[in-house]
Design a protein around this ligand. Structure first.
Ligand code: G1P
Ligand code: ZN
Length: 544
């Protein structure tokens, strides 16, 4: 095509994709050629996409529209035959995954920084997903990074911006751009997986709910499905309009940033269910009346009850969880007699297990739960599965959680994050601790005896790849556990995550306050890591 422009460029440092693609502050992405370099590095790392389909969309955050116009022009110039984009540039991460799969697309580009804040000084991100709908495996992200260090040109078109707000098809260079309804295909998928009639009957019986879309991408999806299809009362969905700066809020549905929901759930006249999702719609928060459900327990509970929904009535093939996620799901897998897989942190590690039919449901302690219906975690899916279970069991969340603990035991669990600490101190802390691991087994600390200590490594049973250095684990004889790892998604300095877990089989001891139940492990974690000396911090930034 004569319109294709080849633009000379030079490598830009720091374009290394982390756990979930490339994440940086907005001004970094706004630097000349920055987006172009990274997107071209993606295309240069892929083979055989000429004439094929690319799905593009994002969570609507600041710079979403600008970045999408760049991606569309470059996709056409690089030879994709069709680019499918959500109206307004909107696609939740799970909806993008679904579109890639249902259209048989070659892959997709998702523009999001997930639960990180947005706006001119907020975060932005670019992630490439492969044809199975899931995040690109390390093989590809490593190739992309290598290419960013040598790149010398990118391909684009000299064309004006397209109108992304009108559904329909337009020609762009040699490609066709289809602007589609971002909700429709996802809504159809949910209607196939869940018993919408039963959930409609639940709402009709007086069941009440509050879903906070946090002014992020799930608003249109939640309004269409919850208030539209399922008959939830108008006003069930709050903060339902996606805003470029998320209304100035931090779209992370945790107990800090969604504290108002926790307060509501514990107030007189609380709704039966409070729920939320994050910036790009892949995480979930679930709070019943007077009962917060931890993300690790959410995975275990959904796995134990999934067969109550039509999409899972044949049972589960297996359960997968990230290593730092609590072992609660393992107990469900053991009882069901199905496989249980422990993977490194990051959804991409679940892809092979799901594709191979080894796992049906997966989850992470960071509030991501999902299944083989797409290849991303899925916030609204988790909420709908809860609703389906509640509709069938006709019990409250609290009652269901207690019964679960009585059956399987309770895994007390908490994560302590030290955000934006100096990288040198964080690295030194991890190095010292790694060096000390071999000396720990057999040592006694109060009631706790170290059974084993290692740096978690994963061997993928499907493609036989190995991933090392995925977190330092100290396992105790009574099943308790402390895990240390550095975040791969932070955009400033380093974030240290400490994961603490204790198993309690005795139902008489299931109503302790979580931090109190974990206090000895928390102080031991501080002692063993010397975190105060290494970081100068007295306390974590966030406790979840
Ligand atoms: C965090 C979570 C991890 C999740 C990722 C993307 O990564 O811990 O479970 O997959 O965000 O949502 P981290 O910052 O810990 O590397
Ligand atoms: Zn997210």
């Amino acid at each position: 095509m004569s319109m294709i422009k080849t633009v000379a460029t030079t490598p830009i440092a720091g374009q290394k994709p982390g756990t979930s693609g490339l994440r940086k502050k907005v001004p970094v992405f706004q630097a000349p050629h920055y987006v172009e370099n990274f997107v071209q590095a993606i295309f240069d790392s892929l083979e055989g996409f000429a004439g094929k389909t690319l799905v593009v969309g994002g969570d609507g955050r600041y710079f979403n529209r600008e970045a999408i116009q760049i991606v569309l022009r470059m996709a056409a110039a690089n030879g994709f035959g069709r680019v499918v984009v959500g109206r307004g540039g909107i696609l939740s991460t799970p909806a993008a995954s679904n579109l890639i799969r249902s259209l048989g697309a070659f892959g997709g580009i998702v523009l999001s920084a997930s639960h990180n804040p947005g706006g001119p000084d907020g975060d932005f991100g670019i992630k490439y997903n492969i044809g199975n709908g899931g995040p690109a495996p390390e093989k590809i992200t490593d190739a992309v990074f290598a290419r960013t260090t040598t790149i010398d040109r990118y391909l684009t078109l000299a064309t004006p911006d397209l109108d992304l707000d009108r559904i329909g098809e337009v020609a762009l260079g040699g490609a066709t751009v289809s602007v589609v309804d971002p909700v429709a295909a996802y809504r159809d998928l949910m209607a196939r997986l869940f018993d919408f009639d039963a959930i409609r009957a639940l709402f009709a019986s007086g069941f009440t709910m509050r879903f906070d879309a946090m002014s992020a991408v799930t608003g249109p999806y939640a309004k269409a499905i919850l208030e539209g299809d399922l008959g939830a009362a108008p006003g069930t969905v709050i903060n339902g309009e996606p805003l470029p700066d998320f209304g100035g809020h931090h779209p992370d549905p945790n107990l800090v940033h969604a504290k108002h929901l926790l307060d509501l759930a514990f107030s007189a006249g609380a709704p039966d269910l409070c729920a939320a999702s994050d910036g790009d719609g892949d995480r979930n928060l679930i709070i019943g009346r007077n009962r917060f459900v931890t993300p690790s327990d959410r995975l275990a509970l959904l796995a134990a009850n999934a067969h109550l929904a039509p999409g899972y009535k044949a049972g589960l093939a297996g359960i997968a969880r990230s290593m730092p996620t609590s072992g609660a799901a393992d107990r469900v897998a053991a009882k069901l007699g199905i496989g249980c897989y422990e993977t490194p942190t990051g959804w991409k590690y679940f892809g092979n297990l799901l594709d191979a039919g080894l796992a049906t449901i997966c989850g992470e302690e960071s509030a991501g739960t999902g299944s083989d219906h797409v290849r991303e975690k899925d916030g609204l899916w988790a909420v709908l599965l809860w609703l389906n279970i509640l509709a069938v069991r006709r019990q409250g969340v609290d009652e269901i959680v207690r019964e679960h603990w009585a059956t399987y035991g309770r895994n007390y669990y908490s994560r302590h994050d030290y955000e934006e600490v100096a990288s040198d101190g964080a690295n030194a802390m991890m190095a010292d601790l790694r060096a000390a691991l071999p000396s720990l087994p057999g040592r006694r600390f109060g009631d706790l005896v170290v059974a084993s200590a290692d740096d978690f490594a994963y061997h993928d049973p499907v493609d036989h790849s190995d991933s090392r250095n995925q977190g330092l684990r100290i396992l105790f004889a009574d099943g308790s556990r402390i895990v240390f790892r550095l975040s791969g998604t932070g955009t400033a300095g380093a974030t240290i995550r400490i994961y603490i877990e204790r198993f309690e089989p005795d139902p008489a001891r299931h109503e302790q306050e979580t931090q109190a139940a974990l206090a000895d492990l928390v102080s031991l974690a501080g002692e063993l890591s010397a975190i105060r000396r290494h970081t100068g911090r007295d306390a974590p930034t966030v406790i979840t």
